[in-house]
Design a protein around this ligand. Structure first.
Ligand SMILES: Nc1ncnc2c1ncn2[C@@H]1O[C@H](COP(=O)(O)OP(=O)(O)OP(=O)(O)O)[C@@H](O)[C@H]1O
Ligand SMILES: [Mg+2]
Length: 305
């Protein structure tokens, strides 16, 4: 369990985090979604104890995380946003060096390096210099290099920035496999599609504060009430005004009904009911609720410039 309690972090010219509180349960795939400069990397650096907070406290399990508490760090791996690799030696040699930082027994390390190179599809390139790698290959190597000590908490700071779809999928698959095996993952991104696909719970962070958090459904539910649903008039919908009125206010427009959902509206039960009443969902139009739209709704800005 991660407990972030009222944490503030100030730099000389900016308050990067302001009174943040969050908890992450063991085994969660937790997403931290926010635009550039929101404070995501700062929070990751606090979580592994590379930085100390100016106020508040972070605990991981029973350990208070601070720069001095090296014991707490043993069980945490941070995949950094900026690549931390030696360019002029091979992938294999990089991993041997990173492994040596963690004092892993030689045979165990050799076995882990091989297994992980295979898992992220770099085994065939293990003897090549990192300088000859594509951006996506470097990202995959950066990922496994930070996790050789088999931590139970993985902090992944934008691990897919600038990668091709193949590398991105390899990274997703690897992280999902680790999460299924019981690892807790905190994952930062400014790609809402990634948070939607991977994360069991998401916090949206902006200008150093958490503006909302919950499961994807929780978050999207905050939005969907404000969206209106268009129902095109035709033989399957025209006599169903009373049915639609059970779900909100209906405005009878020229060629369509505009439904403004009420407070108890649930998309799934709406579709179930109208289908049961013979309405073809082909005639129902709505903008799909997305985290992007939620962010826009909460901040008046878009996630990416
Ligand atoms: N070491 C530092 N010294 C001074 N200011 C810093 C430092 N690290 C971060 N900041 C500032 O803190 C704020 C948050 O930065 P942070 O890197 O945590 O954002 P981020 O959400 O990771 O952004 P990005 O998506 O661009 O990686 C920014 O205003 C940044 O300039
Ligand atoms: Mg960052």
């Amino acid at each position: 369990m991660i407990r972030i309690n009222d944490v503030t972090k100030k730099f000389p010219t900016v308050t990067a985090l302001q009174n943040i509180s969050l908890t992450v349960a063991d085994g969660e795939f937790f997403g931290l979604l926010g635009p550039n400069g929101a404070g995501k990397s700062t929070l990751m650096n606090l979580l592994i104890g590379y930085l100390d907070p100016d106020g508040g406290e972070i605990t991981v399990g029973d350990d208070k995380v601070t720069r001095d508490n090296l014991e707490a760090r043993k069980n945490i791996g941070l995949v950094p946003q900026s690549l931390a690799l030696y360019d002029d030696i091979s992938a294999q040699e990089n991993l041997e060096i990173f492994g040596s930082f963690y004092h892993i027994e030689k045979r165990t390390l050799r076995h882990r390096i091989e297994e992980r190179l295979r898992a992220v599809e770099l085994y065939d390139r293990r003897k090549d210099r990192v300088s000859t790698f594509s951006g996506g290959m470097k990202r995959r190597l950066n990922l496994i290099a930070s996790l050789l000590h088999d931590p139970s908490l993985l902090l992944c700071d934008e691990p897919t920035v600038g990668v091709d779809p193949q590398s991105r999928n390899a990274i997703f698959d690897y992280l999902e496999m680790l999460n299924c095996a019981g690892k807790t993952i905190v994952y930062t991104t400014h790609y809402m599609e990634e948070a939607e696909r991977l994360c069991t719970r998401i916090a949206i962070i902006d200008s150093g504060t958490i503006i909302t958090e919950g499961t994807l459904d929780d978050l999207l539910a905050k939005l969907s009430y404000e969206e209106s649903i268009s129902i095109i008039k035709n033989s399957s919908t025209i006599g169903k005004l009373e049915l639609f009125r059970q779900f909100g206010t209906v405005i009878d427009d020229d060629d369509r009904f505009e439904l403004k959902p009420n407070g108890t509206f649930r998309l799934s039960s709406f579709f179930k009911s109208v289908e049961e009443q013979g309405v073809s969902t082909r005639f129902i139009e709505m903008s799909k609720p997305t985290l992007e739209a939620l962010f826009l709704n909460l901040t008046g800005r878009s996630l990416r410039d």
